[in-house]
Design a binder for this molecule. Structure first.
Ligand code: DGY
Length: 319
């Protein structure tokens, strides 16, 4: 029997591509450019399966133009806000993602963002790197201490819990908001808040770990920034859609926020050019899951889902 035809939209890890090429009639977009709407539509006529990243947008408009050949979109991401799930379901297309395997790498990066934002990493690095470090004083670059501070986590899913586990190592007092309260053995001793508003009042550090949905768009807006303790630090390693970026700049301008650590932006790639003028925004280019081990694990998880689908089984990460 002919192998199913698979399109891999971006340059995934070598191990992933090797395994895919072994088991599928695989075409990889070696140019590693985001798949355009036209390319996705064309691919739906030529391939049985696609492994995309969050850089490919399966909007309702695009999906409506798909040919019937495409059977499964096996995402190489945990987030699926780039996919119109009802539109894909209406076309009978199976959709999967890659949960679990990237939780630690993303939580590690959130920890880096939190520490970097709290301790002036941007300005400190620059001053040493440029040879401009000609002064020292006990009042120089004094930051905000993480150890023992109160941490608010929005979204205690897999990444939120991995972040809480790491924050425990810093003796943080952890609070969380989640749609439902977790059983005690999964909550790392964190205190549950049944509303975001209640959580914000105790969040000297606030870290976002929820998916981007219509309900969570601009979750952090002007009104909510105002509820944080003065001088709080915001961390976002989830999705740019969660933060009203104008309100963020305003909160930094008034000192309501002392710093922010961001791996995600409303516009990606690129980010927000207005952020560049602010040394108290520590930024990275959406690389939360970008470690060698995690990239292999994400690729293999996407392939496991494909293997199950083509074996007539229910993929483990069926959405
Ligand atoms: C994810 O998996 O959602 C990461 O943000 C990378 O796409």
């Amino acid at each position: 029997m002919a192998k199913p035809r698979l399109w891999i939209t971006r340059r995934l890890s070598d191990a992933t591509i090797e395994r895919a090429a072994r088991d599928y009639d695989t075409v990889v977009n070696e140019a590693d450019t985001p798949g355009s709407a036209a390319e996705l539509i064309a691919a739906s006529a030529e391939f049985d399966a696609i492994i995309p990243c969050h850089s490919e947008h399966f909007s309702a408009e695009v999906v409506a133009q798909f040919a019937p050949r495409l059977k499964i979109v096996a995402n190489h991401s945990v987030g699926v806000d780039h996919c119109d799930l009802p539109a894909l379901a209406a076309r009978g297309i199976t959709v999967t993602n890659t949960p679990d395997v990237l939780s630690d790498a993303t939580a590690e990066l959130a920890m880096l963002l939190m520490l970097g934002a709290a301790r002036h990493a941007v300005a400190g690095d620059r001053i040493v790197r440029t040879g401009a470090w000609d002064f020292w004083s006990p009042s120089f670059m004094v930051g905000k201490q993480v150890t023992g501070a109160r941490l608010g986590i929005v979204g205690m899913g897999r990444v939120g819990r991995a972040f809480a586990a790491k924050a425990k190592g810093f003796d943080m007092e952890i609070h969380y908001y989640n749609r439902s309260e977790l059983p005690a053995d999964q909550a790392f001793g964190a205190a549950y808040h049944s509303s975001v508003e209640s959580l914000l009042g105790v969040a000297d550090f606030l870290s976002l770990h929820c998916p981007a949905t219509p309900e969570t768009t601009d979750l952090m807006n002007r009104d909510r920034f105002a509820l944080l303790p003065r001088g709080a630090v915001l961390v976002n390693a989830a999705r740019g859609a969660l933060v009203d970026e104008d309100a963020l700049l305003e909160a930094l301008g008034t000192g309501q926020l002392s710093a922010a650590g961001l791996d995600c932006f409303k516009v990606e790639p690129g980010g927000n050019p207005a952020f560049a003028a602010h040394d108290n925004i520590f930024m990275l280019p959406h690389i939360g899951s970008a470690t060698t081990r995690t990239r292999d694990a994400m690729g293999f998880r996407a392939l496991d889902n494909l293997d199950a689908y083509f074996a007539g089984q229910t993929p483990r990460d069926l959405l």
